[in-house]
Design a protein around this ligand. Structure first.
Ligand code: 26W
Length: 824
């Protein structure tokens, strides 16, 4: 456990434990016997706990030493503020990072268990929805591997992302009580509990020096108790911290009420406080206006900013004018953007600073990352709600806005419209706070997550701000960690790569370039091994699919995969239309150039997103028809994989041949699944969108199946979009739409797909699915053609892996550090 005193006061650090197989066996057995009370035949789920505790013990010395190294006066530190950290499982990750693979296997062998079987017992830490949350987890991994002094701050949700079950083709949600069996990785640090105020009112007064000051009084406070998770670096003895806050009532018994005989009411009030960190909002586009969500955001931010200040002092600093020199906060989207106002509050009201000094500090240590252009995902909070929950923060936001608008007036005198557009407060029937504007005004850096996305932000949404502060805006293309997504998920491929180029690629992914010469068909033996690895991974996935879904995937067929959140802009529907088209071809015997395919789709729909849920039903209905039609005869299979999550992707990506990245151009900010597939040798069929563009640049157009309208064309077409004209002019599309309309896929539930048909055929379909149908089908035919040529496909596959070095989060973090954080 890191000890938070100044380094000077502490010379003793923990020594590492012995790392042999025999030592691990002893430790695991001690936990099995003395902690868990299990003798022989300890079930794997308990062996998992015993091994996890053993590994945690091994992490402790590095964790403490890392802490001591970070905890020095004058040392600059970074904080990643995020409402989501989609960690997944941790055991295998720490085994890999600590280099304890062989020792762990040896230990488990003594108990007749395998590392895979034991690792499988761990529940995913599903503290995120999708891309944004998983990105935060990959960032943490790379920061530790690069030995960057970065701490993650998040929420300790009791319930993470819901479990998805499919019943009669429909999504059913079950709660994710991931902590039921305890979390062996976390360490409670009650000594750093913070107090977070809510409600109440403000008072204004003049202090002894005659300076105007504010007090926030009569608040209902909630305690924030931190739980720390270790984030290990890859074989470098660095262990960073992910600090997750849990909400706890200030006192379980509100004494006054208790004395008045209102025992139940008092306990109920305590529960209210504890609701704050109870559940992750399972939505990845909008929670605007939800009071509890705003409470979560402020709870995270207030506890984290207080804690960062405390840590900075504990490290031996005291001169607040140096605070921004020593600290940088990266805000993961606008979700934690109230941090701008909260840091101001702490500096003004608690530290007694003057506005200008406080504002200078704040704007020199906050940075903001935007992850979406979708208008519904832009956070806005009603002023009235803010005023009730965070009255002091509202005053500060007003003052920030007033001063900012004066700056706008000076830059553009008389430009009333610009002032209205740029105001942090949106006027209208319901006055709202534009959180993205607050984040931009309060930050020294604003970035998008892929080149196109950052350009679209600059030219569109953020244009007025770019005019004012051109240097604030930059791009940081996303990445994924090669430790989890290749070294751990694909041991076969990792071994093959390491055999050729050594192991350095794991911490320096650009090394994969060295595989390029081996992509030539003359390296027949390497090609054969490459295929054998993919084949084994496909067999592994096929077995799981058979067991869970009862459908047989033939490992010789093309594995065509789309896994991600279900959202209209991601266009799972386009994929389904293509499957229906293939089904029509089989039924009409049009089998020229045919390639057998297994189509896998997976992902969760937000519980309140009716259209996304209906799309899941359609996928399941089409799959039922296709899989049970004897005429299809194994040429085409389709499965909806239930409960898609981090640990599913670990078996899916290595087994994928074709990666579906088919969003409407201009809508997918980056995508990161696309990168995981690429690293594992899948070839992308994709639109010119997000990081697909950079993947295409890296691998070349011969090794990528590009289709569809570009973002500019999409926007130009939008006002004239006539989906019916595509249906009329494209016989393949007409056939598909007619079959859908005929009720062929919903014989017993008439009309259920009308909402989908209406949306596809509407000139107002924002996702313009039918505009790209022809181009998509043509690209899929090129896929089939390439697939028939084994040597060609293998070459493309090797080149994809070999060109994926840029998409390591190690590179992304180096760019954040060089351009924004400037940490040593
Ligand atoms: C609750 C409201 C809300 C709104 C937006 C929750 C989460 C969001 C996120 C911005 C959605 C998200 O996950 N965005 C994804 O971020 C990834 C990491 O940068 C990108 O790769 C994806 O393209 C983007 O959709």
């Amino acid at each position: 456990m890191p000890d938070e005193k100044t380094a000077a006061s502490r010379a003793i650090v923990l020594k590492p434990l012995p790392r042999t197989g025999a030592a691990l066996t002893h430790d695991v057995q001690r936990y099995q016997l003395y902690h868990l009370g299990r003798m022989r035949d300890c079930p794997p789920r308990y062996t998992y706990k015993a091994l996890a505790w053993t590994l945690r013990d091994h992490l402790m010395s590095d964790w403490m030493n890392t802490y001591v190294a970070r905890d020095q006066p004058g040392r600059r530190r970074g904080y990643y503020l995020s409402l989501e950290f989609l960690i997944g499982r941790s055991l295998a990750n720490h085994v890999l990072n600590l280099g304890l693979d062989e020792a762990s296997r040896e230990a488990l062998h003594r108990f007749g268990q395998t590392l895979e079987e034991v690792a499988e017992q761990e529940t995913d830490a599903g503290l995120g929805n999708g891309g944004l949350g998983r990105l935060a987890a990959c960032f943490m991994d790379s920061c530790a591997t690069l030995d960057l002094p970065v701490m993650g701050y998040g929420l300790h949700y009791q319930y993470g992302m819901f479990h998805q079950r499919i019943e009669n083709g429909y999504q059913v949600e079950d709660p994710d009580h991931w902590l039921r069996d305890g979390n062996p990785w976390e360490v409670e640090r009650a000594e750093f509990t913070c107090r977070v105020p809510f409600g109440g009112r403000t008072e204004h007064y003049h202090d002894k020096a005659g300076i105007h000051r504010a007090r926030w009084v009569d608040t209902s406070d909630v305690l924030a108790v931190p739980y720390d998770m270790p984030i290990s670096g890859y074989r470098n003895h660095a262990v960073n911290t992910l600090r997750l806050w849990k909400s706890v009532s200030t006192d379980v018994f509100n004494l006054e009420e208790f004395n008045a005989g209102s025992y139940s009411e008092a306990v109920q009030a305590a529960n209210q406080a504890e609701y704050i960190s109870m559940v992750l909002y399972p939505n990845d586009s909008s929670e605007n206006g939800k009071e509890l969500r705003l409470r979560q955001q402020y709870f995270l931010v207030s506890a984290s900013m207080q804690d960062a200040l405390r840590q900075w002092r504990a490290a031996g600093n005291s001169d607040l004018t140096k605070f921004a020199e020593h600290n940088v906060f990266q805000m993961n989207d606008t979700h934690p953007s109230v941090a701008v106002a909260e840091l101001m509050r702490l500096l003004l009201d608690q530290e007694g600073m003057r506005w200008d000094a406080a504002w200078a500090i704040t704007t020199q240590c906050m940075a903001y990352t935007n992850h979406t252009l979708l208008p519904e995902a832009l956070e806005r909070w009603p002023v009235a709600l803010f005023e009730r929950l965070l009255p002091r923060l509202l005053e500060i936001v007003y003052e920030i806005n007033a001063r900012f608008l004066r700056e706008v007036s000076v830059a553009w005198p008389g430009d009333i419209d610009r002032r209205r557009r740029m105001s942090i407060i949106e006027e209208g029937p319901v006055r709202q706070i534009r959180m993205a504007w607050l984040a931009i005004v309060g930050s020294f850096s604003v970035n998008g997550v892929a080149a196109l996305h950052s350009r679209l932000l600059r030219e569109g949404l953020f244009r007025d701000f770019v005019d004012l502060w051109p240097d604030k805006f930059n791009n940081k293309t996303n990445g994924v960690t090669p430790r989890r997504w290749v070294a751990h998920a694909n041991p076969g491929l990792s071994a093959l790569i390491s055999e050729q180029i050594g192991e350095d690629w794991i911490a320096d992914l650009s090394q994969l370039e060295r595989l390029k010469p081996l992509a030539e068909a003359s390296h027949a033996a390497f090609h054969a091994e490459w295929r054998a690895v993919k084949r084994a991974n496909k067999e592994r996935l096929a077995e799981i699919i058979k067991a869970r879904c009862g459908v047989e995937f033939n490992p010789d067929a093309l594995f065509d995969v789309q896994v991600k959140r279900i959202h209209e802009y991601k266009r799972q529907l386009l994929n389904v239309l293509h499957v229906i088209h293939l089904y029509n071809r089989i039924n009409h015997g049009r089998l020229d150039g045919w390639a057998d395919r297994c189509v896998l789709i997976g992902g969760k729909a937000a519980p309140g997103y009716a259209m996304a849920k209906r799309i899941i039903k359609l996928i399941n209905s089409v799959a039922d028809v296709v899989n049970s039609d004897p005429d299809v005869d194994g040429r085409l299979k389709m499965v909806f994989a239930p409960n898609y999550r981090v640990s599913s992707m670990e078996v899916i990506a290595p087994a994928t041949d074709l990666s579906e990245q088919i969003s409407t151009a201009g809508k997918e900010a980056s995508g990161t699944g696309n990168m995981k597939f690429m690293m594992n040798g899948a070839i992308t069929i994709g639109t010119y969108d997000g990081a697909n563009i950079e993947i295409l640049d890296a691998v070349g157009k011969d090794n990528f199946f590009l289709f569809g309208l570009h973002a500019e064309k999409i926007e130009a077409l939008r006002p004239h979009y006539q989906p019916l004209s595509y249906v009329e002019n494209d016989p393949d599309l007409r056939e598909v739409i007619d079959l859908l309309k005929s009720g062929h896929f919903n014989l017993y539930e008439p009309g259920i797909f009308d909402m989908i048909l209406d949306s596809l055929l509407s000139p107002h379909d924002p996702w313009m699915v039918l505009a790209d149908f022809r181009s998509y089908v043509d690209a899929q035919e090129r896929v089939a053609q390439a697939w028939q040529d084994e040597a060609r496909w293998t070459r493309m596959s090797i080149l994809n892996t070999a060109s994926s070095g840029f998409f390591s989060t190690d590179r992304t973090m180096q760019e954040y550090n060089a351009g924004i954080w400037k940490l040593k």
